[in-house]
Design a protein around this ligand. Structure first.
Ligand code: SF4
Length: 454
């Protein structure tokens, strides 16, 4: 499973440096490549492979530019080459987006002279074609939304000094607007705006298109049923972000409380899998009364194994990124709390190390349901065969992980924890809220447990 990307934009003073700084604050959403485009009479783009600091030399950014966009990438289509890094710029438009166009192969068939296999280039060409036919930038993007299926939060810069920010009508990925002084900013997450000293004003609504220019902001809206990605709350987003009015931190804590209420474990200490499992573990500890101990330490310079491009690298990262505090867990019955389990490679390694450190029992509780289906809306999950829960039942997974007991939240409990019912849960349920993809239409969201009352 691979992380989606992050986008940022600014209109006003210090636009390009603000975008650069917001990208650093969004680094958890993509570490393969980064880039910034700005306008100084023409569109200039600097991008490179690796983390933001390495990919873009801040001294090369224009201090005078008042319009800029940027991107951090993990590839969901294409590979990790410089040509496929974003923003993608054709001289008249520059585009950066977070998501996946599920029907991009169909759209590709209508296009000529494509240089890459990315959906970014497909969006750029489709929008450029509409602009060449005389449509305005807002009309071109809205027409694009009529032919595109999938998840896309995008930012676009044109030669006329307009920055567009568009969140797809289903609202799969987050996108927020704020101010830093007098400068209008856009970012994938509110925390990135606040990190650079700004104020997050509001979410861009699902289907909302903003055109930012020196004259102000124009807003347009395409309406469709909303299904925001539940995984943003469970794992992707920073805990200090707020998505559609819901605090990611509070959602994760509530997931932990429900986990303790419905899936208790006979443990003496609660150990979070850092970092994203920490708020879930804190909710679990508060509700169960079992003390929380920091039995695992995450190395500060470690990468997220989720966003590493190969299984070999992911295994190496899983081994390298944690230390075990033996004094906290020796001789104890431990419940390890993780936010999610995809392949199980990291968790299996951790269980082994916790046992080696002297835990007498190791139980695992997971703050989301079993991941059993791939994602076509911006997250590059492994194939179904690589998803731990796709081919194994609970007992088999517990055996594979070598744990004394294992349990997950149900989909119903997860939605209750987040406090939203308009969530996408396709990777848990197989019900895809796409325009043209309906392999399943109904599952029991309670996993046979019935409605939860907590
Ligand atoms: S399938 Fe899963 S990861 Fe993809 S958008 Fe839906 S909830 Fe998010």
């Amino acid at each position: 499973m691979r992380e989606s990307c992050g986008v940022a934009a600014a209109v006003g003073l210090q636009a390009s440096t603000l975008v650069y700084r917001m990208l650093r604050a969004l680094q958890h959403r993509g570490q393969e490549s980064a880039g910034v485009s700005w306008l100084d009479g023409r569109i200039q783009t600097r991008k490179g492979l690796g983390l933001v600091d390495r990919a873009v030399n801040i001294s090369e950014l224009s201090a005078q530019a008042t319009h800029a966009i940027g991107h951090v990438r993990y590839s969901t289509t294409g590979s990790s080459t410089l040509e496929e890094a974003q923003p993608m710029d054709d001289g008249t438009l520059s585009l950066a987006f977070n998501g996946t166009i599920a029907n991009y192969m169909d759209l590709r068939k209508e296009l000529n002279n494509l240089l890459t296999i990315t959906d970014t280039e497909v969006i750029l060409k489709v929008v450029s074609n509409y602009l060449r036919q005389g449509y305005s930038v807002e009309e071109a993007l809205i027409k694009f939304s009529e032919v595109a299926d999938g998840g896309y939060s995008l930012v676009l810069l044109n030669l006329d000094g307009e920055v567009a920010a568009f969140r797809d009508p289903t609202g799969f990925r987050p996108l927020a607007m704020g101010m830093v002084g007098e400068t209008l900013v856009i970012a994938s997450e509110t925390s990135a705006i606040e990190q650079v000293g700004g104020t997050a004003i509001r979410d861009i609504q699902p289907g909302e298109l903003l055109i930012l220019s020196r004259e102000g902001v124009r807003s347009f809206r395409v309406r469709r049923e909303v299904h925001t990605c539940s995984f943003e709350y469970v794992y992707f987003a920073r805990p200090d972000s707020v998505i559609d009015g819901v605090s990611v931190y509070e959602a994760r804590r509530k997931l932990g409380e429900l986990l303790a209420a419905y899936h208790p474990a006979p443990a003496e200490v609660v150990v979070p899998v850092p970092d994203s499992g920490r708020p879930v573990a804190s909710g679990y500890s508060a509700r169960s009364g079992i003390p929380l101990v920091e039995g695992l330490v995450r190395l500060h310079n470690s990468l997220r194994s989720f966003i590493m491009p190969s299984q070999e690298l992911r295994n190496a990262v899983a081994l390298d990124k944690f230390g075990v505090v033996k004094e906290a867990i020796r001789g104890k019955k431990v419940v390890l709390i993780d936010d999610s389990v995809v392949r199980g490679n990291t968790l299996r390694t951790l269980v082994k190390r916790v046992r080696q450190a002297g835990a007498t029992e190791v139980h695992v509780r997971v703050g989301s349901p079993p991941v059993t289906f791939p994602c076509y809306m911006g997250v590059d999950f492994p194939t179904r065969g690589e998803l731990l829960a796709a081919s194994m039942d609970l007992n088999s997974i517990a055996n594979y992980l070598d744990v004394d007991s294992l349990d997950y939240l149900t989909i119903e409990e997860m939605m209750r924890g987040v406090g939203r019912r308009d969530l996408c849960h396709a990777c848990f349920s197989g019900i895809y809220p796409l325009k043209g993809f309906y392999p399943r239409t109904h599952v029991d969201l309670t996993g046979g447990r019935g409605e939860c009352q907590a």
